[in-house]
Every structure is written in C-alpha cells, then in structure tokens.
Design a protein around this ligand. Structure first.
Ligand SMILES: *[C@@H]1O[C@H](CO)[C@@H](O)[C@H](O)[C@H]1NC(C)=O
Ligand SMILES: *[C@@H]1O[C@H](CO)[C@@H](O)[C@H](O)[C@H]1NC(C)=O
Ligand SMILES: *[C@@H]1O[C@H](CO)[C@@H](O)[C@H](O)[C@H]1NC(C)=O
Ligand SMILES: *[C@@H]1O[C@H](CO)[C@@H](O)[C@H](O)[C@H]1NC(C)=O
Ligand SMILES: *[C@@H]1O[C@H](CO)[C@@H](O)[C@H](O)[C@H]1NC(C)=O
Ligand SMILES: *[C@@H]1O[C@H](CO)[C@@H](O)[C@H](O)[C@H]1NC(C)=O
Ligand SMILES: *[C@@H]1O[C@H](CO)[C@@H](O)[C@H](O)[C@H]1NC(C)=O
Ligand SMILES: *[C@@H]1O[C@H](CO)[C@@H](O)[C@H](O)[C@H]1NC(C)=O
Ligand SMILES: CC(=O)N[C@H]1CO[C@H](CO)[C@@H](O)[C@@H]1O
Length: 558
C-alpha cells in the first residue's frame, strides 16, 4: 500500500477476489460484477473487507484474528502474497510456519469468509524491497514496475489464470478491461474519480485505518468516527459496495521483513492491535456500522438513489426499491458542517452531529450515527510475565572485531553499493581502507563520510571516530559525518560500518537504488585526500556478531 503509488511508475497491486464458499472446499462461489457491486452466486453484495497479512502474525493467532474480524462484521479477509518470503532463492520455495498462505486461506474459508488475494508481484506494504525477492536485482536487464519485458507479465498472466473471479488493480485509473480499477486512501468518498467503465463497480481497496510508522515518528491516530464517516460516504456518494480496511490487523514486522525505517509494530492502531487484541472503540464502532449497512443492503444495492438537500451542508441519500416486499426504503443523513444541525426528513426532526452520517435502514429510525461512539476506549496494560535476568538467564555480550583492510577478501578500486555486495543477506557492511598520508604533516585530520544508508559507525586504527544516522528523507540525500581523528604517519586503518534498517519498498527504479557510502575524504589542514576511489576492502557482517550490532541498531530509536 502506500501514499507513493501513482504517478508514472506502475503500481501492480493486482487483486483476485478469490471466493471460498463456507461449506464447499472445491465449489467456490460464482463471482461476477456489474456497475453496482460484486455479484456472488447471482446476488449483489456490499462487502466489508479487512487486511490481515499472514506473515505479520503467527499461525496460532490466525483463527482468533479471523474470528474477531468475522465477529466485527468483516466479510472478506484481504492479504498480499509476499513473494520474497516464498521464494528466497530462485526456485526454492517456503510455505512453512508464518509463510503458510494455504493454511491461512483455509482458516478464512473454515470461518465462512471470503478471501481477497493481492498477488503482487510488487506489493510495497512497508515490506522490505516491496515484496520482491532481492535476487531479481541480479536478473540481467530487469527494471521493476515499469514497461519492462521481464517484469510485464502480471496483468495478462492474472487474467489468463482463469480463476473465475474478477481481478482488481488498485490506484491504476487506466486498469485494462476486465480488470477493475479501485481507490486507495483515507477519504475515497471525496477523492475517487470512479470506475473507468459503467460496467465496473466502485471498490475501495485501501481505506487506511491508521498509517504506517517509521522510527522516530509520532503514532498516527485516526478516529473511529472518521473511518466510519468516510466509509459510509464512499458507499453513498460514490456508489461504493466494497471497502477494505488497511489494516484490520497490522501485526508485527518480524526479523528483517520491515521496509526501510519501519518500526516493528505495524498498524498497531487498527481495529485489532499488534497482538490481536480488540482496540476499542474502533472495533465496535465499525461492527455497529457494518450491521446497520447490512440490515438495508438489499435496498441499497437494488434500489434507486435520490439525493435530497436538507440544508446548506446537509443531504439525505435515499434508496427505494419498488420491487421489494416489506421495508423498501433506506436513508443516510449527511451533515458535513462542523457544527450540529437540525434537519427535517419525512416529517420527522433529526439532530445531526458535526461531520456525521446517520443510517436509517427503514427511512425512519437511526440505527447508526458515525459520530456517536458507544464503546469505551480500551486500555492496554502490559504486565511482566517472565523476567530474563535471573541466574539461569546469563546475558552475554559479543564484540565484533573491527575488520581492517588486510582482513578482507573482497576488494575494489572504489566505493561499492552496499546491497550489491551483501545481496541482502544482512543489513551490515564494513568498508575498510588502509591509508597513508603522502606528506609527513597532516594536522587536525578529520574524516568526512557521505552515505546513503541509515546509519554509519566510523573507526580509525580501532578507535571509535564517530557515527551518524540517515533518515527516511535522508535516503535521498547523502548525510555527512565529520569526525576528528588521530593519524599515524605510516599506515592507518579506516573501518566504516554501514547499516541499513530494511530495504526500500517503493519508488521507481528500485533496482538502481543506492545504499552504503558514497564519498569519503580525509581532510588535513594541509591537504584533502579524496579516498573515494582508493582501494577499499569489504566485509559482510554476519553471524553471532549481529547480536552485538543489533543492540546498536535498536539505539537509533530516539
Ligand atoms: C455466474 O453468474 C453469472 C450471472 O450472475 C452467469 O451469467 C454465469 O453463467 C454464471 N457462471 C457459472 C459458471 O455458473
Ligand atoms: C447530492 O446533491 C448535492 C447538492 O444537492 C450535490 O452537491 C452532490 O454532488 C450530490 N451528490 C451526488 C452523489 O449526486
Ligand atoms: C450512482 O448511481 C446512480 C444510479 O445509477 C447514478 O445516478 C449516480 O450518478 C451514481 N453516482 C456516482 C458518483 O457514480
Ligand atoms: C465536506 O466539507 C469539506 C470542507 O470542510 C470538503 O473538503 C469536503 O469535500 C466536504 N465533503 C462532502 C461530502 O461534501
Ligand atoms: C556488483 O558487484 C559485483 C562484484 O561483486 C561487480 O562486479 C558489479 O559490477 C556490481 N554491480 C553493480 C551494478 O554495481
Ligand atoms: C533528514 O536528512 C536530511 C539530509 O541530511 C536533512 O536535510 C533533513 O533535515 C533530515 N530530516 C529529519 C526529519 O531529520
Ligand atoms: C597521494 O598519493 C596518491 C598516490 O600517489 C595520489 O594519487 C594522490 O593524489 C596523493 N594525494 C595528495 C593529496 O597528494
Ligand atoms: C571524490 O572522488 C569521487 C570519485 O572519484 C568523485 O566522484 C567526487 O566528486 C570527488 N569529490 C570531490 C569533493 O572532489
Ligand atoms: C492517497 C490519499 O488519499 N492519501 C491521503 C490519506 O489520508 C491522509 C490523511 O487524511 C491524507 O493526508 C492523504 O493525502
């Protein structure tokens, strides 16, 4: 997902609304669509979908997560397919443990929900390298996410699979037929330009329940009222019939799976928090809204809509289905003013709260008001379940030996890009140099390092010289560290550790993105040595030593 998709590069967030009928394993439903909605087994449907990414929780949590989503009125569980998890090396597949997509989908099916599978190949999703396996980097002539032959397979392949279910492409206004274009964002009820054909329904594939979080940034809070308001607005003002909450459960970026600068908590503010606990009032408020919409969904989908002005910033959207027996009228009263408003609708008075939508499933009684929250705010209290500092839990500290140029086996006559050396096997790369000043006098020497990684630590002759961190925007600008150092007149060992905290997950030409050092100088009063094109030695930092380095990594949280 993300705020970066769009523009001139491709976003290939392809979706398959894979339908898994509750009872039948084999005989999935018949899914088609018209201009109003998806149609399952001949019936138009309003569908509320929730994103839950299987590798961001543990298999033991899946039953409970999906169960809580169902109880919250969710019909569809949406997940990406994480290619780089499943094919870590070309032709080598992994569907075990948290990667067990099939088990996850079967759990969705067992609970009688539908599954919506976003197959990628590119997923962004704050996931390292946007879900692409890093080995693609070494496929000759590859250019990701653009009009590139090795990469262009996606839309045609998807349709050719003949899954029998419709395909959707998010934020691709010109999605080719029969693929349905859709909207992502927080306010699709106001921003979506609509389907690109009258025969396609309006789908909202990412209604962000919160927002992604990077190291050092404030948590983004989005209120239950705001989500409910925009969800209903999309349904009535844009003829929406499918809304996916991104995320319904965010979970955890385990290991090195998070993209550059992402914290390990993912959308902790979603209706189900990182640990799968119900977050109130979001969960209940949306549950109540789902129930109110479902109670009039037939009228909503099959009725004729009229739009009546009730005041300058107040409107009623009324649906009437003359073919239906019994209740055949449903209404939504919108107040877009920032103050209360009293309106008259069908000879009755209604008090509308600021920026609210009230649902009247029978055109008479208010069953749900987006601004009126009934559930109490939940508090999450952490208690200690186990301490790890007793005698039986000895903590050990490992110190990684600082490598020097002569220790290294890999040497190049220039500064190399980091990930091309590490092949993403680790976040850490040592750059080493053996340096001898030409002139005998080099007074007040300083080390200047420009880099495009997230963090660097510099050492000269085994002594710590300085460090600096990049930032998420700093990814676009080399960051500078200038440290006073001591030099001997003979050989000096310069060792610089460059650290990435996850790889990028977005942006054009990711295959050409640069990590690592870019330029190094040793500055003396008398002379400046530009050592960028000297011979550098490289050592990939691995193994137990990461235990030590990881503690450094954690310290970058301010
Ligand atoms: C699926 O439903 C559509 C109409 O809703 C119908 O035209 C089509 O024949 C059905 N396909 C199957 C395989 O039942
Ligand atoms: C509803 O009516 C208002 C004005 O009465 C108009 O501004 C708005 O565009 C209409 N919306 C739709 C979806 O027709
Ligand atoms: C919604 O559908 C109605 C009936 O087909 C149509 O008149 C109206 O223009 C549609 N609104 C939008 C925003 O597409
Ligand atoms: C509500 O008002 C805001 C400005 O206060 C405007 O940006 C938004 O488009 C309006 N929404 C609707 C549904 O009229
Ligand atoms: C990547 O590294 C290899 C050596 O490991 C080098 O031959 C190649 O030129 C590098 N490629 C790029 C794009 O820097
Ligand atoms: C990020 O790094 C860039 C480049 O050094 C700097 O200009 C910018 O102020 C930094 N931003 C933050 C939020 O620290
Ligand atoms: C130091 O010597 C090297 C190797 O002879 C040379 O390339 C470089 O230009 C000299 N640097 C300075 C600052 O004199
Ligand atoms: C240092 O050398 C590199 C590689 O030769 C070069 O790209 C860079 O512009 C030089 N820096 C300065 C300040 O001259
Ligand atoms: C693409 C999009 O609609 N992005 C919006 C998501 O919501 C935030 C907060 O309301 C906006 O700032 C973005 O523009």
């Amino acid at each position: 997902m993300g705020s970066y998709c769009g523009g001139w590069w491709w976003r290939t967030g392809l979706w398959a609304a894979v339908v898994l009928a509750a009872a039948a394993v084999v005989a999935g439903g018949n899914v088609t669509y018209d201009g109003r909605s998806l149609i399952i087994d001949g019936e138009r449907k309003v569908l509320f979908s929730g994103s839950i990414h299987y590798p961001r929780s543990t298999p033991k949590m899946w039953e409970s997560l999906i169960g809580k989503a169902k109880e919250g009125g969710i019909d569809v569980i949406e997940t990406y397919v994480f290619w780089n998890l499943h094919e870590p090396k070309p032709g080598q597949y992994d569907f075990s443990g948290r990667n067990d997509l099939v088990k996850f989908i079967k759990e969705v099916q067992a609970q009688g929900l539908y599954a919506c599978l976003r197959i990628g190949p590119f997923i962004e999703s704050e996931w390292t390298y946007g879900g692409l396996p890093f080995w693609l980097h070494d496929v000759p002539d590859i250019v990701y996410r653009t009009d590139n032959e090795p990469f262009k397979w996606a839309a045609k392949m998807a349709v050719d699979l003949q899954t029998g279910v419709p395909w959707v492409m998010c934020k691709q206004p010109d999605a080719p037929d029969p693929v349905i274009n859709s909207c992502n964002g927080m306010r699709c009820g106001e921003t979506f330009a609509g389907p690109n054909s009258p025969s396609k329904p309006a789908l909202w594939t990412e209604n962000w329940t919160s927002f992604l979080q990077r190291y050092g940034e404030e948590t983004y809070l989005r209120s239950a009222q705001d989500i409910a308001f925009h969800t209903l607005l999309f349904i009535i003002a844009k003829n929406g019939s499918f809304v996916n909450y991104y995320m319904y459960h965010g979970g955890t970026n385990f290991g090195r799976s998070g993209a550059a600068y992402m914290v390990t908590q993912y959308y902790d503010q979603a209706p189900l928090d990182e640990y799968g606990l119900i977050r109130e009032p979001k969960w209940s408020h949306l549950k109540e809204m789902h129930a109110a919409v479902k109670s009039c969904s037939s009228t909503l989908l099959n009725g004729v809509q009229t739009n009546i002005s009730l005041g300058q910033l107040q409107q009623a959207y009324v649906y009437e289905d003359s073919t239906a027996e019994g209740n055949n009228c449903a209404a939504f009263l919108v107040n877009n003013a920032t103050t209360d408003a009293t309106v008259e609708f069908r000879n009755a008075k209604f008090e509308l709260q600021p920026r609210s939508i009230s649902v009247l499933p029978d055109c008479e009684k208010v069953a749900f008001d987006t601004a009126k929250v009934n559930a109490a705010i939940s508090n999450r209290i952490a208690t200690t379940s186990k301490t790890l500092n007793g005698a039986e839990h000895q903590w050990e500290e490992y110190r990684e030996a600082i490598p020097t140029f002569s220790d290294t086996t890999m040497q190049f006559n220039q500064i190399e890009e980091q990930t091309n050396i590490t092949k993403d096997s680790t976040d850490y790369l040592w750059y080493t140099l053996s340096f001898q000043p030409n002139a005998t006098s080099c007074t007040e020497p300083k080390l200047q390092v420009k880099f495009l990684s997230h963090l660097v630590y510099a050492f000269v002759n085994g002594e710590y010289a300085g460090s600096a961190r990049g930032n998420s925007t700093g990814q676009r600008n080399a960051v500078l560290v200038e440290a006073p150092i001591s030099l001997s007149e003979s050989k000096n060992d310069v060792s610089i550790l460059s650290v990435m905290v996850g790889l990028w997950d977005s942006g054009p030409f990711m295959e050409k993105r640069y990590a690592g050092l870019t330029e190094v100088e040793i500055q003396c009063k008398e002379n400046t040595y530009n050592v960028t094109s000297y011979e550098w030695g490289y050592q990939i930092s691995h193994s137990q030593n990461n235990v030590h380095i990881l503690s450094i990594k954690n310290k970058i949280v301010p």
